[in-house]
Ligand binder design. Structure first.
Ligand SMILES: *Cc1c(COP(=O)(O)O)cnc(C)c1O
Length: 368
């Protein structure tokens, strides 16, 4: 296995999933395990399932198809509101989708009837994050129309937080989502059993047992994979933050001045370098770059190693104060933020190494 690679500890991911499923179970909340940041890597999906998650969600239909083709049988949810052009695949592959447009609902209805299926939808209400969903005033007319469509089963309402506008979920805005659901249930005498309250940004409320009781579903990605809630990115007590580590190889170690000796221009990505004069420093280059990862989302594991910057293929590090001697050919390891993790999982240049369950865990957790 060549460098760079990401090492994935499946046992830690399963343990994180188990912790969140248990927390949610106490509050009668179903967990949809979200695989999009790892491009629906099937080993990771299996680890999430082995932690007790009973349904998976992804933003892309290709990823859901990959999960199905790997023999995963649990219900699948399409998280990104469907493209009208993909409805035929959506009703074949996904049990659920999140929807905000009547035109798309009509298409889904038609596609579902064509194959003799019923497709479940959760109608998205935009509580103010201003990504997907209709504004609250528009949800009752939408559900009224949706309930008339054959082949469509309206499961309830959903909302998303902290993705575009940075809106934090609170008891108040979740309460408004619940009020809207109650109103629709009354007005249309319909069960609408699901209220899907959000993503990993809801985990802080979850930890305080402050999610209003009628919220009965959360869609969790980052919190399972990185063991953190996503409002303040605080570690979840008892969860692992180190299920993923990035490993890169050092290809140069040289002493160099810290400032540019001539006139400067913009770098390859259009940024003007701002370098601080710290004298001659010992620097290392690791063979990984912006084509593989968001450099800003990397945190060196070895104390004293500092990221200076990088280009498409090179990561430039100051290793003067590293707590260990750094040499050419040596491995350096990094933790990754959400964006950096997303990037390495997309890059065809970064391999994956799985740390597997020991046999006993494998028997107990995976082979069901
Ligand atoms: C990505 C996504 C999620 C999961 O978000 P995390 O912050 O990773 O938990 C949930 N719902 C929707 C609609 C998403 O697009």
């Amino acid at each position: 296995m060549g460098y760079p690679f990401v090492e994935i500890d499946l046992e830690k991911i399963a343990a994180n999933a188990r912790l969140l499923v248990d927390l949610c179970k106490k509050q009668d909340i179903e967990v949809i395990g979200v695989t999009k940041v790892v491009c629906a890597d099937t080993a990771i999906a299996q680890a999430i399932l082995s932690g007790g998650v009973k349904a998976l969600g992804d933003a892309r239909i290709q990823n859901l198809r990959k999960l199905r083709e790997a023999g995963i049988k649990v219900p699948l949810m399409l998280l990104r509101i469907p493209m009208p052009s993909e409805v035929a695949e959506v009703v074949q592959i996904a049990e659920y989708s999140l929807v905000s447009e009547y035109a798309t609902l009509e298409r889904l209805s038609q596609a579902a009837r064509q194959v003799g299926r019923t497709h479940k939808v959760i109608l998205m209400v935009d509580m103010g994050d201003w990504r997907e969903g209709v504004v609250p005033q528009k949800i009752l007319p939408l559900v009224e129309q949706a309930l008339l469509l054959p082949g469509i089963k309206v499961q309830g309402f959903g909302a998303n937080f902290a993705c575009y506008g940075g809106l934090i979920p609170t008891e108040e805005n979740l309460g408004r989502l619940i009020d809207l659901t109650r109103q629709a249930r009354r007005e249309f005498s319909h069960e609408l059993p699901v209220i899907s309250g959000g993503n990993s940004s809801n985990v802080e409320l979850l930890l305080k047992s402050a999610i209003p009781p009628e919220i009965n579903q959360l869609r969790l990605g980052e919190s399972i994979l990185l063991g953190r809630e996503s409002v303040n990115r605080k570690p979840i007590p008892g969860a692992f933050q180190d299920a993923f580590t990035l490993h890169a190889e050092v290809v140069e170690v040289q002493e160099k001045p810290s400032v540019t000796p001539g006139e400067i221009c913009r770098d390859a990505f259009g940024n003007l370098p701002v370098l601080k004069d710290r004298g001659i420093r010992k620097r290392a280059i690791a063979a990984i770059g912006r084509q593989d990862v968001i450099l800003e989302g990397l945190r060196p594991i070895l104390p004293g190693v500092e990221i200076l910057g990088g280009s498409s293929d090179h990561l430039i590090l100051d290793v003067t104060d590293a707590h260990q001697d750094i040499n050419v050919g040596q491995e350096l390891c990094f933790f990754m933020e959400y964006g950096a993790l997303a990037h390495v999982m997309i890059s065809p240049y970064v391999s994956r190494v799985y740390k597997h369950y020991n046999d006993c865990c494998y028997e107990a957790a995976c082979c069901k």
